[in-house]
Design a protein around this ligand. Structure first.
Ligand code: NG6
Ligand code: CA
Length: 518
């Protein structure tokens, strides 16, 4: 009898332990982070896109969890990526604005990053695609070893678009070197003053295959003029039409190389699409009703499909968490005449939200975010938890076995909160407070949003985006007013005061993650 009781207690214990811990195979998932560029909230089928189909991205939502209130840390690329990798809001750190093509490495060697944390837990780490966080120590010679860069802050391997598709240098960098560079034709890169007497988007405008609308009128590469000046490196120059293929091939190789290694991996796959210049491969031309902007959405969907197929072929689907998201909100005319405005039709890239890329209004940072981890995340679920990519470092480090293997130095990822329960759909409780960052700062508390006063430009006629700057500040209740149409600042002075005080304290403390959110 006693023996039977003992057996029952033992069985109960085993069951409850099993229920709390994911199965051994899933205890330390591979992580594939698909970070797209300038995808707006409703640029994906399952978020309401019209005029383009995204079956592969949608399949992540069908098999996983779709967030409706997820945010990039900032409304432009460099600060979002800085915050996502370091777990520190970019507005705390000078020099994290949109980086020039020849910017020095913004994240210095030795700094704790999402990649360096995962490496502590035995992950093999790779970044493929757009970097835009600077490389080198300043005055970089692109013909020599290019460092510091990702390899000095926690990545084992990189294949990079160094800055953006619209900035020189228009070459790929693999690990420490420019790919396919002929030493007898060295690269020179310069911002500001023109290099030599080379033709430019201004002088030879009639030769361009895609005309510029503002900026982007300097060195011509592959028939497209860019931001900045570059000479030499002819054999290394990229072909925009092949870019998605090149980076996808590298990402697939990275995945395949992990097969049978017994090591978990982290892949940060950072697309150039759908940033300008939007130049899809011929296979995708006409795949949407929206011209190049829509066609590059279709191209991105293909890239996602390739990665999912590679995971499947390697038998890794089950033990991999795939995240799809974007670095900032949408923009139509970002400097090239690519018919993004004219061909838009009924598609609304920002969905119900106001503003877009660069904006303090909600569309600046409210982005699509989908997470799939078979066997752990309930398929086909939707969460309205308030989420932010700045929480990825702490959250990834908290998953399964990682938790016991990773030591986070005190204060190292100061704004990053553990949001594992929300990320895996086990809780609908997201962040209590979130600081949104356009040109100014805004504070989210539940459905309330306060945008601090700013005298900066209210509206940019070039991009046709309302920036959400207001000399007295703005208050909205997104629960009734997701489109931020009714400013309640005058009607609710006490709430404004409370949110001002909270924002001031968050600013001062320099740390918003004193405790775990689990
Ligand atoms: C802006 C560019 C824009 C884009 C942006 C960075 C001009 C006129 N505009 O300065 O085209 O490159 O920087 O975009 O040059 S991001 O998504 O990488 O942040
Ligand atoms: Ca971007």
């Amino acid at each position: 009898m006693r023996c039977l009781m003992f057996l029952c207690v033992f069985m109960l214990m085993t069951v409850s332990v099993a229920a709390q811990n994911p199965p051994e195979a899933a205890a330390q998932p591979n992580i594939v982070l698909i970070y797209t560029d300038d995808f707006g909230y409703a640029d994906v089928g399952c978020y309401g896109a019209r005029g383009v189909k995204t079956p592969n991205i949608d399949s992540l939502a069908t098999g996983g969890l779709k967030f409706t209130d997820a945010h990039s840390p900032s409304a432009t690329c460099t600060p979002s990526r800085y915050a996502m990798l370091t777990g520190q809001y970019a507005w705390r750190q000078k020099g994290t604005g949109i980086a020039k093509g020849d910017a020095a490495a913004i994240i210095k060697p030795g700094r704790t990053t999402m990649a360096s944390l995962l490496r502590q837990a035995g992950y093999r780490t790779g970044v493929v695609g757009k970097w835009h966080l600077g490389l080198g120590d300043g005055q970089l010679d692109w013909n020599q070893a290019i460092k510091p860069g990702p390899l000095e802050i926690g990545f084992d391997h990189c294949f990079l678009i160094p800055a953006t598709g619209d900035r020189v240098p228009c070459v790929y960098v693999e690990d420490h070197h420019v790919v396919d560079l002929d030493p007898s034709d060295p690269i020179r890169v310069q911002f500001g003053k023109a290099l030599d007497d080379q033709p430019s988007g201004k002088t030879d405008r009639e030769t361009l295959k895609m005309d510029w609308s503002h900026g982007h009128n300097m060195t011509i590469v592959n028939g497209i003029s860019r931001i900045g000046w570059m000479s030499g490196g002819e054999s290394a120059r990229w072909v925009d039409e092949d870019m998605a293929d090149r980076i996808t091939e590298k990402a697939v190789q990275f995945i395949e190389n992990q097969k049978g290694s017994g090591q978990p991996f982290f892949l940060y796959f950072s697309t150039h699409d759908i940033h300008v210049p939007r130049v899809p491969h011929a296979r995708f031309v006409g795949k949407s009703t929206m011209g190049p902007r829509g066609d590059t959405i279709a191209e991105t969907d293909w890239c996602v499909g390739q990665l999912l197929d590679a995971l499947q072929a390697c038998g890794m689907t089950e033990n991999t968490m795939v995240i799809f998201t974007s670095d900032n909100g949408p923009v139509l005319d970002d400097g090239y005449q690519d018919s993004a405005v004219e061909s838009l039709g009924s598609h609304d890239p920002a969905g119900p939200f106001r503003g877009g890329k660069y904006s303090n209004f909600e569309a600046g940072t409210r982005v699509p975010m989908i997470v799939k981890w078979p066997g752990v995340i309930q398929p086909g679920t939707v969460s309205d938890a308030l989420m932010c990519q700045v929480d990825f470092p702490a959250t990834f480090a908290s998953l399964g076995k990682n938790q016991s293997m990773i030591k986070i130095p005190k204060g190292a990822i100061p704004d990053s909160q553990v949001m594992a329960s929300a990320l895996l759909g086990q809780s609908k409780q997201g962040r209590e407070y979130l600081v949104e960052h356009g040109g100014a700062l805004a504070l989210r508390h539940g459905s309330w949003k306060y945008i601090e006063p700013s005298k900066k430009l209210k509206y940019n006629p070039r991009t046709d985006i309302e920036l959400g700057n207001h000399p007295e500040g703005l208050l909205y209740n997104l629960a009734d007013d997701p489109g931020e149409t009714t400013n309640l600042a005058n009607a609710k002075p006490a709430r404004v005061k409370a949110m001002q005080a909270k924002l001031a304290s968050l600013r001062k403390v320099g740390q918003t993650s004193p405790k775990s959110n689990q």
